[in-house]
Design a binder for this molecule. Structure first.
Ligand code: CA
Length: 385
């Protein structure tokens, strides 16, 4: 049940939603008139409603035809308000640095971020191996998402140092067939991720979060070559590393030397580690919801999932590691973290690429646990709601 009120003093509407029967609380917060109208409620004359609502509250103000859209708006505002401590929603500016095309979670993370009002994607850059092919996938995906306004560029293909899996650098991404010959793709905004990163960060100093969901080569090059611009980042958050299992996590393994530079830079704020993020396996009902939604973004993700599936053996359904740093930015309550200094093992022949907790070094919020159900519900609600 939804109702609304006006408050001329602040020139906004107050929208209230009564949660399902097992909840006793009411959520109340301001929505600007524009947001209210965008939620699909039309220009009805505001009515005065007392708050807290009285018993026997008058149903004349209920807006059932728009209940679903309004409820979504209401929930999103509530979440943002909780995170922002009651301040109006100001989207967080992010640059997503991705190795899209191999695992499926990059595409899911970008589609998810593009639909969240809390996140403002300022650029997408690609990294590791066939970066130009990855950029083509980004171009197509952003188009399907209706986000041709987001600039993108290919980044560094080669890691800074030697890697064990050299042959992987030349493999075409398994999701490249998502891009068809008949597609007229938008061109990259500039020739290199380096240029795009400089442009985006300098345009909004101290406002941009760099979100790495692949190897950290681009981030490390930025820090090495342009330290003054890198210092204007609000911070870096990543899906990377593993501090409890005795293994080297993939994104670190792809460029351990770059990871060491980034983890020791003082810019890293959050690491979504393997042992935590690998728990977030999409449920069959989540995939069914995407299929049922049948929107262009959901159809694209299903198509990309079908391309990805034959190329991996262990995963039953997508594991959405890469959305974690994006979600943590505005909803950290879904994660438990431990402030930890982290260093990368660079010397060991068997251990190169492992991330090790260390006493010295800048502390990073390293994930320890995650509310898996909350994350998946948030994801599906965002993509298919
Ligand atoms: Ca990735």
């Amino acid at each position: 049940m939804l109702y609304y009120d006006s408050d001329d003093r602040f020139a906004h509407y107050t929208v209230c939603a009564r949660l399902p029967a097992n909840h006793r609380e009411f959520w109340v917060w301001p929505l600007k008139a524009a947001e209210f109208l965008r939620a699909g409620c039309g220009a009805r004359t505001p009515n005065q409603v007392s708050y807290p609502p009285r018993a026997g509250f008058d149903d004349r103000f209920v807006v059932p035809a728009n209940a679903r859209a309004l409820m979504r708006q209401v929930e999103e505002n509530a979440m943002s308000k909780r995170h922002a401590g009651g301040k109006p929603l100001v989207p967080l500016k992010v640059i997503i640095d991705t190795d899209i095309g191999d695992d499926i979670d990059d595409a899911i993370a970008i589609a998810y971020a593009a639909r969240r009002p809390e996140l403002d994607i300022r650029a997408v850059t690609t990294v590791y191996g066939p970066v130009k092919m990855r950029a083509k996938i980004v171009s197509k995906l952003l188009h399907v998402l209706g986000r041709d306004d987001i600039p993108f560029a290919p980044g560094a293909g080669r890691p800074l140092g030697p890697i064990a899996d050299e042959h992987r650098l030349s493999l075409a991404p398994n999701q490249l067939p998502f891009v068809k010959e008949t597609d007229s793709l938008r061109a990259p905004a500039c020739a290199s991720a380096e240029e795009l990163l400089l442009r985006a960060i300098e345009a909004h100093p101290n406002e941009i979060w760099l979100v790495t969901i692949g190897a950290m080569t681009n981030a490390a090059l930025l820090i090495q070559k342009h330290p003054q611009t890198a210092a204007k980042l609000k911070g870096i958050v990543s899906m990377a590393g593993e501090t409890r299992l005795l293994l080297a996590e993939y994104n670190i393994q792809c460029d351990p030397d770059a990871a060491q530079i980034v983890l020791r830079s003082g810019l890293m704020r959050f690491l979504g580690t393997l042992d935590v993020t690998r728990r977030i396996v999409m449920r069959e009902k989540d995939m069914a919801a995407l299929r049922k939604a049948d929107t262009p973004p959901c159809r694209a993700l299903i198509e990309m999932t079908d391309l990805w599936k034959p190329h991996q053996s262990s995963k039953v359904r997508p594991v959405v590691y890469d959305m974690c740093p994006l979600l943590w930015l505005y909803a950290p309550q879904h994660f438990k973290t431990q402030p930890t200094g982290v260093a990368v093992e660079l010397q060991g022949t068997l251990t190169r690429g492992m991330t090790v907790p260390v006493k010295e070094g800048p502390p990073i919020a390293v994930s320890c646990d995650v509310d898996r159900k909350a994350v998946l519900d948030e994801l599906v609600h965002t993509l298919a709601g």
